[in-house]
Design a protein around this ligand. Structure first.
Ligand code: SAM
Length: 276
């Protein structure tokens, strides 16, 4: 459940020997580039090689906002790892910047394709014009700089596939469970266009249930759970986790997922559960 990779990357930075896994290709690209890779960074020559054979112009045309990024992903796939995932992450970074709040599900993006500016709020018109008028090459160069800043020394590996399978064979000392929250807008909905761009044709599957995750992790000494959503309270979560193992710390973190649309006063919860 490594998603955008922030928790796995922080753990690597703190010196943990990290196993990062996910079912989604968008998350595995991050994990291969930043968790499984310890040294390789993107050089200006790599960007030049990526651009050498692409068909120009790489403009955002009036058919889709995806075209230039799809054009770039195909040659990126021919590079060996970890450069392949580093370049793909850079392309994904530039692609996501096209959309307000980096969400390809933005409903006004269809009006951008037809250049129907009257149907888009003036603030968002400013955003779209800025990103669409920026040459793709300069977006790639600044994306590569931010990807490079996250390449850290340390130890990490990538596990592809279901969290339940990954937990079973891991022999880990600590496990960080971060399943999608019930009753919130799913990652699969918001990132469907990105998944298709990356050739990920998985059908949306229900995330593993908390009880199933705790049971599968019964041999792991420390389980850290990050959870939330409109139907979840700290008390209900502590009581559910407590049926599996002692809860040693439980905190509510004030956090609004997508600030401009989620309600004030919402929390995420972090539980540390250990029988030691
Ligand atoms: C809340 S996000 C994780 C965010 C991540 N901790 C971070 O720091 O960016 C949930 C992730 O769980 C993944 N996921 C959903 N079902 C899964 C499963 N059965 N096995 C592994 N990962 C799964 C989703 O693809 C998504 O990336």
């Amino acid at each position: 459940m490594s998603g955008g990779g922030s928790v796995a990357l922080a753990a690597k930075w703190y010196g943990f020997d990290v196993l990062a896994g996910d079912v989604a290709e968008r998350a595995l690209v991050v994990a291969r580039a930043l968790i499984g890779n310890h040294l390789r960074k993107i050089q200006p020559a790599d960007i030049a090689r990526l651009l050498a054979d692409v068909a120009y112009p790489l403009d955002h045309d009036d058919i889709s906002l995806e075209k230039p990024y799809a054009t770039l992903l195909a040659p990126a796939a021919a590079f060996p790892e970890p450069l392949q995932s580093l370049l793909m992450l850079t392309i994904v970074n530039s692609y996501l910047h096209v959309f307000p709040m980096s969400l390809p599900s933005a409903s006004d993006s269809r009006h951008v394709i037809s250049r129907d500016w009257d149907r888009i709020s003036s603030r968002r018109v400013g955003h779209y014009l800025r990103v669409l008028n920026r040459p793709i090459e300069s977006a790639l160069i600044s994306g590569a700089k931010s990807v490079n800043r996250s390449v850290l020394g340390g130890r990490g590996q990538v596990i592809e596939g279901s969290a339940l399978d990954a937990i079973r064979g891991s022999g880990s000392d600590v496990i960080f469970l971060d399943p999608p929250y019930p009753g919130t807008s799913g990652y699969d909905d918001n990132y469907r266009k990105l998944d298709l761009l990356l050739g990920d044709k998985r059908l949306p599957e229900p995330a593993p249930q908390l009880d199933e995750l705790f049971e599968t992790a019964s041999d792991v000494p420390v389980v850290v759970l990050s959870y939330g959503g409109p139907s979840v309270t700290l008390d209900s979560l502590v009581s559910q986790a407590g049926r599996h193992r002692p809860v040693t710390n439980a905190i509510a973190v004030p956090y609004r997922h997508l600030k401009s649309i989620s309600k004030e006063g919402t929390n995420e919860f972090i539980l540390i559960c250990s029988d030691r």
